[in-house]
Structure formats: structure tokens, C-alpha cells
Design a protein around this ligand. Sequence first.
Ligand code: FPP
Length: 232
Amino acid sequence: MQSGTERPRHTAIVMDGNGRWAVSRGLPRIAGHREGASAVRRTVEAARALGLPILTLYAFSSDNWSRPRPEVGALFTLLREYLDGEATRLRDEGIRLEVIGRRDRLPDEVVAAITRAEGTTAAGSSMRLRIAVDYSARETIARAARRLPRGSESPREDLSRLIGGPDVDLLIRTGGEQRLSDFLLWEAAYAELVFLPCPWPEFSRSHLEAAIEEFSRRQRRFGRIDDAAEAV
Ligand code: FPP
């Protein structure tokens, strides 16, 4: 990546294509998730090396509960292994981990692993790693709306504060589909979207660099017009 490339402050990734990656190799879908967990380790390392301040990964959507129980169980096992296995390394690299989404439906041992990993990494100040688990943007927005002060004079700002997530600059989705799937809908209002055909288990530093290059080529106008056009 060129040194002058503008980097996004907040990068968010929909990690899609694990199942298809596995099935196309004659493997069970869970093997795709296992490779996906390796891609998470690689990507966090790459993001840190590239100096990305905030990275949010979509690990388990609230709609994923409808998957077969063994697959859901395997996803939680991988998440727990990741949290327990990586927390010390994340701490040593100055990465603060936060898990977003509902916790009340997660298995106790997953909640415990989240609490441990968040505690271990709490002092990290070089990068924020956010992992979305049992996450639904619509539900997050609806919950925030319920807490909006009655008669608020600045509902947009108040809602942003209650939702709490930083605005997304770059949103990447792997696996070839081109949709948001209830991910960070409020925060991604002005995100640049990059859709990649590569399945998540194959995602590497070069894909991340290419997405950042693409981001830095986009003209972000936030609804405004260019200065040059204004002069006409
Ligand atoms: C989407 O692929 C991916 C998921 C639902 C789970 C993502 C989980 C991981 C990458 C591993 C565990 C997470 C961490 C943070 C260690 P899909 O199964 O929908 O793929 P498909 O569209 O090909 O079926």
C-alpha cells in the first residue's frame, strides 16, 4: 500500500462465505468457520500493522440463531477459543477488545470469556477491535430509540450517543453478496462500501490493503457538492 494512502478511521467487515468455501472443498461448513477464525487472527494483525484505529467484525448476527444447533455451537466454541487464546497477545499489542450485541442469550462460558478478554485488554490504546456477537443493528437502534429523552431537541445527536458506535468509514463484505444484513445501519450512513468476491477464509492483508486503496480513491462528499462545482 502506498504510504500517502488515506486510511479509514473505522473499518467494519461482514465476514461472509465461510460455508461456501468449505462446501466447495467437500468439507463441513464448520471447517469454513475454523478457517474463518484464522482469517480473523490474520486480519487483526494486518489492521494493527496498517495503523487502522478501529476495526469491527461481524461474527454472529441475531439472525444466525436460526442455523442448525451444531453450527451455532461450533461458532461459539471458535469465538471462545479466539478470546481465550488471543487476549494476551491483543493486550501486548495495545489492542482493546470490545464485544457489541446482546449478551443475555449467549452461553455462560462465552459471556465469561468475553468479560475476561475485555478485562485483559482494557488498557489498550493503539487500536480498538470490536466483535459483533448476537448483534442486530435494527434492535440496537430500536433499544436506543426507547431511551431517547422525551421531547429531545436534538434527537439525531441523542440517538447517535445512545447507539454509541463510531461512524463507519469503510465497510467491507467478503463472499460476493452485496448487502448489509442488519450490520451497523446507523453508523454506516456514509460508509464507503467495498464488496469482494473472495470468501472470508481467503481474506488476507492484500485484500485489506486493496480495500483501503479503493477507499482512498473514493470522493467522500457527505451530501455536499465539490468546491469546484460550487464555483460554476
Ligand atoms: C458467514 O459465513 C460467517 C459467519 C456467520 C460467522 C463468522 C465467524 C467466524 C469468522 C469465526 C469465528 C469468529 C471469531 C471472531 C473468532 P457463512 O457461514 O454465512 O457463509 P456462506 O454464506 O458461504 O454460507
